[in-house]
Design a protein around this ligand. Structure first.
Ligand code: SF4
Length: 392
């Protein structure tokens, strides 16, 4: 990310942002907002980036394709559909409804149970200010004001669905945590309510990890506000609320997100700015789902991707990118670990050539290891002659 986190400029609503021109290659410079609107299609409303998307983006900072599409507000689900590779990724309608019902239950008593879990003596006396307002910019401003007032008043305060802003790759992302609690001592705690069960006090580590990454994004956004509020401190332990065992009763656990926070900061700093990525595209490039699939495919291919099998559970374009990676014989399809081990060998064909002695420098440790493995395989399969240059 070009704009720094935690020390960069405050996130600004789109209409207040200073317009920078995108010198599209071979075309007259156009304002960045106009260029991003052209990229997603003139009739397509910008798709908001939420904390889940942001956490997934931060998990794959090398993917310029996702950074550009998310930054421009392109609807990747519609794009994948138009490309003929619809996403199998996303929350089912049933899971969505179950999650909403559980959250409503947890908050049905005005949030007193949540406040009790955080140590409030008299949760019924806590303040629950209204943070609703028109549009994301209005809600973000209202939230910042409510946080400032609650910190100054030193009273337990519950903000139900506040809105936070974080600048990502040069564009603002609006984020909506389930709740934020302000403690009388000025601490702010993020509350995440999830519908996966906590069995005997522990939950599925993969799901807890995903929730922690999402909560870490909220913590980062809150830190931007806390910097300007005297006496405020953002807690790095978030309250994760889940159904207890197989019941619908809430139980909670404090999850330390310091590690996820620092990883997210580091990853987001590595991302190139959206304006810079857009400027590298050929003039006329668009990701408008109403365009011809062949043109859309060419547009998507014009932006560098970093496919990994993890994309399958994190990005709507995963099937499209996997197909292209397979067509290219890219070793990325085998996983990041294997990719890292193979060094400069970037295709499956190059790996096989190196292993079977047709190419590669025998002094290269990767090539030597591949040849040794090929020889061992041949031996195990019946004493076939070791490949030329196997060195064993
Ligand atoms: S699926 Fe494609 S666009 Fe999405 S993160 Fe992976 S490589 Fe990037």
């Amino acid at each position: 990310m070009n704009a720094t986190l935690g020390s960069g400029p405050d996130p600004q609503p789109p209409h207040a942002r200073r317009e920078t021109a995108v010198p599209a290659s071979g075309a007259a410079a156009v304002p960045v907002r106009q260029r991003l609107a052209e990229l997603r299609g003139p009739a397509v409303a910008p798709h908001p980036m939420d904390a889940r998307a942001l956490a997934a983006l931060a998990a794959n900072p090398g993917c310029e394709r996702r950074a550009l599409l998310d930054g421009a507000g392109v609807n990747k689900t519609a794009l994948a559909q138009a490309l003929g590779s619809p996403a199998a990724y996303g929350q089912s309608q049933f899971a969505f409804m179950r999650g909403n019902a559980f959250e409503a239950r947890v908050k049905s008593d005005g949030g007193t149970e949540l406040l009790r879990l955080l140590g409030a003596d008299d949760p019924a006396a806590a303040r629950t200010p209204d943070v609703s307002a028109a549009g994301p910019e209005g809600r973000t401003a209202r939230t910042a004001l409510a946080l400032r007032e609650a910190t100054a008043e030193k009273t337990w305060t519950l903000l139900d669905h506040p809105m936070l802003a974080l600048e990502v790759a040069g564009t603002p992302a609006y984020l909506e945590p389930d709740a934020v609690v302000v403690h009388p001592d000025g601490r702010w705690t993020v509350v995440e309510i999830k519908s996966f069960p906590m069995l005997d006090g522990s939950a599925d580590p993969a799901k807890v990890g995903a929730a922690a990454r999402q909560a870490a994004v909220y913590v980062l956004a809150l830190e931007r506000i806390a910097e300007r509020v005297a006496g405020a401190e953002v807690g790095h332990r978030v309250l994760l609320v889940c159904p207890k065992d197989f019941s619908n009763l809430p139980t909670a656990s404090l999850v330390d997100v310091r590690k996820q926070r620092s990883v997210t900061v580091r990853q987001l700093r590595r991302m190139r700015g959206v304006a810079e990525l857009a400027s590298a595209l050929p003039p006329g490039t668009t990701f408008d789902p109403s365009e011809e699939p062949s043109e859309l495919a060419a547009a998507v291919e014009s932006v560098e991707a970093a496919y990994a099998p993890e994309c399958l559970s994190a990005c709507e374009l995963a099937f499209h990118c996997r197909e292209r990676a397979r067509e290219a014989g890219a070793v990325e399809t085998l996983g990041r670990g294997v990719r890292g081990e193979l060094g400069g060998l970037t295709t499956v064909a190059a790996v096989l050539d190196a292993a079977e002695g047709r190419a590669g420098d025998p002094a290269d440790p990767t090539v030597a290891a591949l040849r040794r493995a090929a020889a061992l395989r041949a031996e195990a399969l019946g004493g076939a002659a070791a490949p030329t240059g196997a060195g064993v």
